[in-house]
Design a protein around this ligand. Structure first.
Ligand SMILES: [Zn+2]
Length: 351
């Protein structure tokens, strides 16, 4: 049986009222995101989760090729590509095509998109935003290109040498902190950062195109994926937004969902993440008192039980407030807010 905190149960009332459930039901339900049931009568039934916001749906890209991708020229020579789940981009210049990430879900279709947009122009560069196979495991589809320059961070090249990832091409050119180069007269600036991967991430910037790319960061229009995009570096993640906003950009490619982000999306994502952090830290001073109360409530059965109850209490109070404040601004907040709060709770325990 899960522990139910009265504060969160009360905060959930509005949601349940909206779908006609009773107050008694609400008292039974506390943290629906933990267990989702396909039984609509179940207190954790999937229908209790809000649908995507209409504003998000309106912005969604549509498939516009006969090979199942969306391809659009967002700036001269700069193309945005998505299969509506993963995102990538490529730059067409007189000197060749530069590809930014090759998700395996695209397969050969990314090459088809390039060929369609720039017939006969050779692919000369592949730039890796980070080493993860879900964003660059499609690199193998470019492996046959003679003289292809694969650019990645030094730390990624080292970890790939130790642990090759299926389909991910090993960098042929690496850099430690920054790398500036141009292809066909278009400047490209790369810079390492730590906000997601366990080794390093790369921020990709095309100043002439006002294009910034930092993958597995925000999800435009949506709350972030579980545990803040499963970040391996929460402090780096929290600090990353201001790093991004220091750049002069209009387009922000973050690697996921069908929506191409912009400056406002980065600001919204920052405010959301900081609200989660601040909410947990505002509750944190009461941790010990809550723990002792929970020890007593559970008849001093054991400390682990009371500790977990206390973590859940803070996580769920945080999630209730976050859902209330953000559900009209971002989609799927009710699905992931508890995981975001829990990520900060775990961080707070250790820091
Ligand atoms: Zn990743």
């Amino acid at each position: 049986m899960r522990y139910l905190s009265s504060v969160s149960a009360v905060a959930c009332l509005a949601t349940f009222a909206a779908i006609g459930a009773t107050t008694a039901d609400a008292a039974q339900v506390h943290n629906p995101a933990n267990t989702i049931s396909t039984d609509v009568e179940h207190p954790d039934g999937f229908r209790r989760f809000a649908p995507e916001l209409p504003a998000m749906r309106e912005r969604a890209a549509r498939i516009n090729t006969d090979f199942g991708l969306h391809v659009s020229e967002i700036e001269p020579g700069l193309f945005f590509v998505t299969d509506l789940i993963y995102q990538s981009a490529f730059l067409v210049t007189d000197a060749g095509v530069v590809v930014f990430d090759a998700p395996p879900s695209f397969g050969e279709r990314l090459r088809a998109a390039i060929e369609m947009s720039a017939p006969g122009v050779p692919v000369t560069h592949l730039v890796l935003s980070h080493k993860h196979a879900d964003h660059n495991g499609g690199g193998y589809t470019f492996a046959d290109i003679d003289g292809l320059t694969v650019i990645g961070a030094e730390a990624s090249a080292e970890s790939l040498a130790d642990n090759p990832l299926h389909g991910v091409l090993a960098p042929t050119e690496t850099f430690k902190d920054t790398l500036s180069f141009s292809v066909g007269g278009v400047p490209i600036e790369l810079r390492t950062a730590g906000f997601h991967a366990n080794d390093t991430d790369v921020i990709i910037y095309l100043p002439d195109r006002k294009f910034l790319m930092a993958v597995d960061t925000i999800t435009p229009g949506e709350a972030p994926f579980m545990n803040f995009g499963a970040t391996a570096n929460l402090e780096g993640y929290m600090a990353s937004f201001d790093t991004f906003l220091d750049y002069d950009f209009e387009h922000f490619l973050s690697g996921h969902v069908s929506v191409l982000g912009n400056r406002q999306d980065v600001e919204t994502a920052r405010d959301y993440a900081h609200d989660v952090r601040d909410t947990v830290y505002a509750l944190w001073p009461g941790f010990l008192d809550r723990f002792m109360a929970n020890m007593e409530l559970t008849e001093f059965q054991h400390g682990n039980l009371a500790y977990r109850m206390t973590m859940e209490e803070i996580r769920d109070e945080c999630a209730s407030g976050i859902i209330e404040r953000w559900e009209d601004t971002l989609s799927v907040v009710d699905l992931w807010a508890d995981s975001h709060c829990e990520t900060v709770v775990l961080h707070a325990i250790m820091h």
